[in-house]
Design a protein around this ligand. Structure first.
Ligand code: 7GP
Length: 807
């Protein structure tokens, strides 16, 4: 399609859809029109992709995830369709700004953070690499809450993302399935003595899929992200006549992660998990059966991926369907289940390794519980006398009245991976060590990656243009070609052009900050960014303490020779995470204090941007000079904002945690500021129990001064929160070694300050970060999953008669 044709089609579609002309239409109507042109254009490829998979008996992977965080889809679909420039120019000629339409689209925020964003980067990469893979999740009525600050406190407002409809989804009523919840199940022998389950009571939930096309990058492949929505099956209508009953039914999938501090919330969450697991696995099986292939070969057609423990019940549900519905023997079913399933662990934080009480599970999905019990029984039976008794007790699925979901996922699959080298090593040596002893071959690493298309091409057009002009355009398809940039590290013209692009991005972020927070910041200052969920282990507090130190130093000596800095935070705290919300409050109060203080002459600014989400990340990241990756070593499984920021030329201040280690390897010690305890040192402290934060506090006058500022009135309005944080450090012995790493962190900050003063050197460091980011493409990551875990192949390996070209 050319521009002229686009304009014609656009005007025609607007007339058909709204009976309007461009000049009469609102941005929303224009957005709807463009979206409908796009979906009808890629639907053809979507259908053909699906048909090709079917006709080729293509093995497909299914990525089960309780979170997906795609952000906005308009521009990324335009880019992947190859329409971006043409549409941007065409609309411009019609007097429409594409960016105005982009603003209309709500962020699709069906996730919290890293886990969900990774899932969406994978969806983009799987399609872009031409791989047959799909997503499977929940269509929550509300996205992650909208964050507002009121009196500097976080307040959560509902995110009604579906209010104006969702352009990209297609409701597939014909593909609905029913999910059995609750009731009693007992086993009854049939005439041959085989036991079959008999269900009593309980209810049925109807799961209706809403499919969204995952458009590959200019390759005619369109995969599917299938999100399940909850409806009342007609035969159950009576049960939900009262308003109350109906409401509690609808609540089931209305929010992401219902509050799990109470029984009702926990039950809701377990129901959600079983709901999308059962619906997804049933639909995979139904599709497979339509292919008329022997059931024994299903592992050659489907790979089911368990993204963290939330979908771990896939193991038991798959067993249930094979054994109960397909009458397969337990042994055959178990063999197939393990071949089909694989599992990724995303955190070593103990509280996130899910466990469910037996009673709760019996209550929500009794048959699944029976099957898990049987898996557990056989697991123990097989190992008894072969393995150490204690090891069996520690690894079995059911212990102490609870079902351990990670154990189920590992025992019931053929692959368990971590998300960065260090994390995968820790899984083997510490967190899942017992399982590593049992199944050494199942463990592997898949370092995370990011969708380069979104995080450079879309987020940073200014830098993309410089890249095109310098190294050609091949990096857009093959991110390893970013390395070509290394040939220009002595080329002042290129260094300046990259710096100019950065400056432009900083200017537009400064304008955003001005209009959203009323704070004036200078694009000449260092933009120092920490963006991620608010969590104690990520140590936003460490960053804050350093800011307080700088502030106190400047108050003492306003002439202090430091480069002006703007510290930028973006973070949401889980609504029930009290401590994290106190940190937000204190950061905001420090910001109010610093930003209003003219005696420090604008050398320091602190901005906490409200409502951090994918779209905001796209604004912040291209404008960052410094990237804060300062979690306590061993705690951050990987991190992915670290990758996005380096890719966009930010210099990282980092602990040797998660993927930071691999970033250091990629750029070399001279192009990153490493500080802090190593993971080995942290574990030493655990072992010897010899960390005493109070000693540091008493010995070190700088620490004293800074920490005291939390409680001595230096910072107004934080009587409660300041004390709470002070206590976490001093009274409760600083769980995440903030004070232990403080001095080293300040030194790293100082070295960054100095490096920035040498402009040319700074620009070179920045260039080297971009140039070495190629390996962190999620195209690389999903290709590794495809080869090593899922054993799926691109469509074109069989069939290129649709002109599908190799990525
Ligand atoms: C996150 C990890 O914290 C982060 O380090 C990693 O980069 C990301 O997953 C993707 O692998 N984990 C979560 O977001 C999470 O919710 C617990 O994990 C369920």
């Amino acid at each position: 399609m050319d521009k002229k044709e686009f304009k014609k089609k656009f005007k025609r579609r607007l007339a058909e859809k709204f009976a309007m002309e461009v000049t009469d239409a609102s941005s929303n109507e224009l957005y709807q029109t463009l979206g409908s042109l796009m979906t009808s254009a890629y639907s053809q490829d979507w259908r053909e992709t699906w048909k090709d998979y079917r006709e080729n008996n293509q093995k497909q992977s299914y990525y089960f995830s309780i979170e997906f965080l795609p952000g906005k889809m308009l521009k990324s679909n335009l880019l992947n369709m190859g329409w971006l420039e043409l549409v941007e120019e065409g609309l411009d000629e019609l007097g429409i700004q594409l960016n105005d339409l982009v603003e209309i689209e709500p962020d699709m925020a069906l996730g919290n953070g890293g886990l969900g964003r990774l899932a969406s980067c994978f969806m983009d990469s799987i399609a872009s690499c031409g791989l047959p893979g799909n997503g499977n999740g929940i269509r929550y009525e509300y996205g992650l809450f909208k964050q507002r600050f009121v009196d500097n406190y976080q307040v959560e407002l509902p995110d009604e993302w579906l209010q104006k409809g969702n352009l990209w989804e297609v409701r597939k009523e014909s593909k609905a399935v029913d999910v059995q919840i609750g009731g009693n199940v007992y086993l009854k022998p049939d005439q041959y003595g085989k036991l079959s389950p008999v269900y009593e009571g309980g209810s049925k939930l109807r799961a209706v899929p809403y499919d969204t096309g995952m458009v590959g990058y200019q390759n005619k492949i369109v995969n599917t992200m299938r999100l399940w929505s909850l409806e009342i099956p007609p035969e159950e209508e009576d049960r939900y006549r009262s308003i109350e009953a109906r409401r509690s039914f609808e609540d089931l999938t209305s929010v992401l992660y219902p509050d799990d501090s109470n029984e009702a919330g926990r039950k809701m969450r377990l129901t959600q998990e079983y709901f999308f697991v059962s619906a997804g696995v049933q639909s995979i099986l139904r599709y497979f059966k339509s292919l008329n292939q022997p059931m024994d070969e299903i592992n050659q057609y489907a790979a089911i991926h368990i993204n963290d423990t939330h979908p771990a019940m896939c193991v038991a549900e798959f067993m249930r369907l094979l054994v109960d519905e397909e009458q397969m023997s337990w042994e055959r079913a178990w063999d197939l289940t393990r071949k089909v399933m694989s599992y990724t662990n995303h955190t070593i934080m103990a509280e996130a390794l899910e466990k469910w009480s037996i009673d709760m599970m019996k209550n929500v999905c009794p048959r699944i519980y029976q099957i898990i019990e049987e898996i557990d029984r056989r697991f123990v039976e097989e190992l008894i006398g072969v393995q150490d008794f204690d090891l069996i007790q520690r690894t079995r699925i059911i212990q102490d009245g609870q079902v351990h979901m990670a154990h189920l996922a590992i025992i019931g699959s053929h692959s368990t991976n971590g998300v960065a080298k260090l994390h995968s090593d820790l899984l083997k040596s510490v967190v899942l060590h017992d399982f590593y002893l049992l199944y050494p071959d199942r463990f592997n690493n898949k370092t995370n990656g990011i969708a380069m298309r979104r995080w450079v091409q879309l987020a940073n057009p200014a830098m993309s243009k410089v890249l095109d002009a310098t190294i050609g355009k091949t990096w857009r398809k093959n991110s390893d070609d970013l390395r070509l940039l290394l040939n220009y590290e002595e080329d002042d013209q290129v260094l300046n052009a990259l710096a100019e692009a950065k400056y432009q991005n900083k200017r537009s972020l400064a304008a955003y900050i001005k209009s959203h927070c009323g704070i004036e910041v200078s694009p000449e200052a260092i933009f120092d960014v920490q963006i991620k969920r608010l969590h104690a282990y990520k140590r936003q507090l460490l960053n804050l303490l350093h800011i307080i130190k700088l502030y106190l130093d400047l108050k003492e000596n306003p002439e202090l020779p430091i480069e002006p800095r703007v510290f930028i935070f973006g973070a949401k705290a889980a609504p029930s995470y009290h401590y994290a919300k106190s940190i937000i409050k204190v950061i905001n109060e420090v910001a109010s204090l610093i930003n209003a203080d003219e005696t420090i002459k604008g050398k320091l600014k602190l901005v906490f941007l409200e409502n951090y989400n994918v779209s905001l990340a796209e604004r912040i990241i291209p404008a960052a000079d410094v990237s804060e990756q300062i979690s306590l070593a061993s705690k951050e499984a990987s991190g992915t904002s670290n990758m996005k920021l380096m890719l966009n030329g930010a210099v990282t201040i980092a602990t040797l945690d998660g993927a930071n280690v691999e970033i250091r390897d990629a750029v070399g010690d001279d192009n990153i500021a490493i500080f802090g305890l190593t993971e080995g040192e942290v574990y030493q402290y655990y072992e010897k129990r010899n960390y005493h934060a109070i000693d540091l506090y008493e010995r070190d006058t700088t620490i004293q001064k800074v920490v005291n500022a939390l409680i001595d009135g230096t910072i107004p309005n934080i009587t409660k929160e300041g004390q709470e944080i002070f206590d976490s450090l001093i009274k409760y012995n600083d769980e995440f070694f903030v004070l232990r790493d403080f001095e080293d962190y300040c030194a790293a900050q100082m070295s960054v300050n100095q490096a920035y003063q040498d402009t040319r050197r700074w620009r070179q460091i920045s260039l080297r970060n971009t140039a070495n980011a190629g390996r962190f493409s999620s195209d690389r990551t999903v290709q590794q999953y495809a080869d090593d875990i899922w054993q799926i192949e691109p469509l074109f390996a069989h069939n290129d008669n649709r002109g599908v070209t190799q990525h």
